[in-house]
Structures are given as structure tokens and as C-alpha cells.
Design a protein around this ligand. Structure first.
Ligand SMILES: Cc1ncc(COP(=O)(O)O)c(C=O)c1O
Length: 403
């Protein structure tokens, strides 16, 4: 097999290309109508009231932490089996990250371990929880909400892997990832390996109007454009000395006027990225079905194999971003696959054992489930354009390695 097979890749159609070109020819490269369109269609897709498009998933996490007023020293709990950004957003605000262990069956943040951490600390120690819909498997946010309410915590759901995913709540109702019913804020990434690609890109969803407005402001330097909310006086805004208004000074703030009331960032997405995101979103369910199909074939091929110690498998509501096997001799398998042009990946090196977090005191043995999982996990190629023969080749090579 000549063509390299990556673990994930984008699926760009002619319609995507045409949509982007059309936007490039329009009046706006950024801050135009495509962004609001993308936000609206994404909010509809996940069932939230509001959506804020941003430059990437990491920026989304940072803005969420800021909007929730995370302060230096505040403690937040998250999982070590995630991309570093889920934890780093806490550090950007000067907060402290408490990693809790994973459930070895689901690979998700273990709610029992989180509860234990909360029970063993004085009330008020922690401010929030960042659960991750890792690999596309939706976290039971109803359970996390109950726990968070008991301890007065907020929740940021990191749903980068799970647009279109859902969990079933205690009444059997499907709850879509990012629908805003359980978490204050949810975030998504549109990096090329994700379900919806916009190059770089991210989205925050929420049902909270206050947070929504705050996010819009923080996304663009903390700048506000709203006559009713300005802090500076009208005469200052107009550039006039303190004139008593007796009909000669307009009662309106001038057209150019705006205020930077908080310290924000430029975390905006461009119009052509948003156009690509919207175009991709139209095929999100189709992509999900293809991913599920691919994973069903892997599951069938590997379910009875002795070398398989665990797998992410088929679960209702799974968004199938990744397909993970736990195997013995993972290093050997990884290298063997590479030698055969198959580029499997490891998700993830436990975040708490990254040198940066080790320097903050984390060490081997702190989170045994995550560390054991890391020794065995390998993510196999899953993406909608993976061809049948390519997948058969991957399966065959894995089997031949263990024969
Ligand atoms: C779980 C998770 N959180 C956050 C991010 C950050 O997203 P981005 O790469 O768009 O900044 C990613 C993306 O890699 C991710 O997988």
C-alpha cells in the first residue's frame, strides 16, 4: 500500500471549496456574515441557545475560563487523558489544575474520583470541573451537574471530540453534547482531524445570555459597542469638553465609539473559515455514520483477539472521533504499522506527566488508571474517506503483527 494512512484527516468536497471561494470574493474576509451563520447553524445542530465562533478550541477554553471569572489560585478538576489545552486554560488564568483519574472502562474522567477529591477538601476549594467527551464518548453530564451543584462548581464541557454525540439522561432523554442544559459552557474544535474542519477554528455553546455576551466581548479584546453599557461620559466620547447639553450636543454616542472595558484577546475566526465550517456542518451526520461504520468493522475484527486488552468500541451516543485499542507491545505495533505506512497515534500521553505539570508537583503513580491506559492505548485510522481496502489493510497488518 503506497499511500500513507493517517489516524485522522479532513474531508474537503468541491462544495466546501466553492463556498470558501465565494467568501473570498465577497466583501468580508473577517467579521462578516458567515460567522453569525456558522454560529446559528452550529447552535441548532447541538441544541444550544447561543454559540460563539472563535479562532480555535484552545482559545475557546481560555475564553470560557475567563468568562467564568477564573482567578489566580482557583482550583479546577479535569482529566489527564486529554489534549493539554483542557488543563492549560486553567493555567492561562493563573489557576491550579487538579487531575482526577479516569474510569478504565470508559476512559473518561471518573466521577467517583472527582467526588472523592471534593469530599476530602474544605468546601470552596474547587471552582469548576472540565470533563472531556474523550474520543467522542459523551460524559454523563447529568451526574456531573448534580455533583457540581452540591459543591457550587461550574462545568466547562470539552466536547472537541464529540459534535453530534449524546448521552441518555436518567429519564432516557438524549442529551446532545454542547446543548447547554448541564454545563455552563461547552467547547468544540475544528482542527482538520475533527468531525468538522475549518483549518483552525473553535466554538463555544451556552444557554446563558450573560456568559454569551461576555464571550463576544472577550473574543474581541474586551471591546464593547453598546450605547447602554458605556462607562465613559457622552461628552468624553464626543471629544467635547464637559458641555451642558442644551440642545447643541447630540444625545448619541458617535458612530466610531467603542469601549475596552475588560482585557480580552483577538480570538476571532475569519469569514472564510466560518464558511468552510458551515459547509462541513451540513455533512456532519453523514460523517458520523461513516465513522460508526468503520469502527463497527474494527470492533468485529478485534473483539475476540487475545492481544486486545480493551477497546473504545460501539456505544450509544458515541461520536466516534477515535477508535482506541489497548494492546500489549504497543510500541512494537506502532512501529510495525509505521513501517507499513500506517500512522496510528497515541491519545494521550497523560497530561499530568508532561514536564510542565511534573514541575508543578505531579508524578508517576499519582493517577494509576490513566498511566496504565497510556502504556497500552493506540488510536487506529478513522475518518470518513478511509477506504474499505485501506481499513482491511490496517486490520490485516495488526493481525499479522500479533501472529
Ligand atoms: C480534547 C481537546 N481539547 C482541546 C483541544 C484544542 O483545540 P484546538 O487544537 O482547536 O486549539 C483539542 C484539539 O486538539 C482537543 O482534542
Amino acid at each position: 500500500m503506497k499511500k500513507p494512512i493517517p489516524y485522522g484527516r479532513q474531508n474537503i468536497t468541491q462544495e466546501d471549496i466553492d463556498t470558501v471561494i465565494e467568501t473570498l470574493k465577497s466583501d468580508y474576509l473577517t467579521q462578516g456574515p458567515r460567522i453569525a451563520e456558522f454560529e446559528e447553524s452550529f447552535a441548532k445542530y447541538v441544541g444550544s441557545e447561543y454559540a460563539v465562533a472563535v479562532s480555535n478550541g484552545t482559545a475557546a477554553l481560555h475564553l470560557c475560563a475567563m468568562a467564568l471569572n477564573l482567578q489566580p489560585g482557583d482550583k479546577v478538576i479535569t482529566t489527564p487523558i486529554t489534549f493539554a489545552a483542557s488543563a492549560n486554560c486553567v493555567r492561562y488564568c493563573g489557576g491550579e489544575v487538579e487531575f482526577a483519574d479516569i474510569d478504565p472502562e470508559t476512559y473518561l474522567l471518573d466521577i467517583n474520583n472527582v467526588r472523592e477529591i471534593l469530599e476530602n477538601a474544605p468546601r470552596g476549594t474547587y471552582k469548576g470541573i472540565i470533563p472531556v467527551d474523550f474520543a467522542g464518548r459523551a460524559v454523563d453530564l447529568e451526574a456531573f451537574r448534580k455533583l457540581a451543584d452540591d459543591y457550587n462548581l461550574w462545568i466547562i464541557e470539552d466536547s472537541c471530540h464529540a459534535p453530534g454525540g449524546f448521552f441518555e439522561d436518567s429519564s432516557g432523554t438524549k442529551q446532545l453534547c454542547g446543548n447547554g442544559k448541564f454545563a455552563e459552557l461547552s467547547i468544540f474544535s475544528f482542527h482538520p482531524v475533527k468531525h468538522i474542519a475549518s483549518g483552525e477554528g473553535g466554538m463555544i455553546t451556552t444557554n446563558d445570555k450573560y456568559l454569551y455576551e461576555k464571550l463576544l466581548q472577550l473574543r474581541t479584546h474586551g471591546i464593547l459597542k453598546d450605547d447602554l453599557k458605556y462607562e465613559n461620559s457622552l461628552s468624553f466620547a464626543q471629544g467635547l469638553d464637559n458641555v451642558d447639553s442644551d440642545g447643541i450636543v447630540s444625545k448619541n454616542y458617535p458612530g466610531w465609539y467603542m469601549e475596552m472595558q475588560d482585557l480580552g484577546y483577538n480570538y476571532r475566526i475569519t469569514d472564510f473559515q466560518a464558511a468552510l465550517g458551515s459547509s462541513q456542518l451540513k455533512r456532519a451526520d453523514e460523517g458520523l455514520a461513516k465513522r460508526k461504520n468503520i469502527i463497527a468493522k474494527y470492533k468485529e475484527a478485534f473483539q475476540d483477539k487475545d492481544f486486545v486488552k480493551g477497546q473504545s468500541g460501539i456505544v450509544d451516543g458515541h461520536a466516534y472521533h477515535l477508535y482506541i485499542l489497548e494492546v500489549d507491545n504497543r510500541l512494537g505495533l506502532y512501529n510495525y504499522l509505521r513501517d507499513h505506512n500506517i500512522f496510528a497515534q497515541i491519545h494521550y500521553i497523560p497530561c499530568h506527566l508532561m514536564p510542565y505539570y511534573r514541575k508543578l508537583g505531579w508524578k508517576e503513580g499519582d493517577l494509576p488508571n490513566a498511566e496504565e491506559y497510556y502504556k497500552k492505548c493506540i488510536s487506529l485510522p478513522v475518518y470518513p474517506t478511509l477506504e474499505k481496502e485501506e481499513q482491511l489493510y490496517v486490520i490485516e497488518k495488526i493481525q499479522s503483527f500479533y501472529e
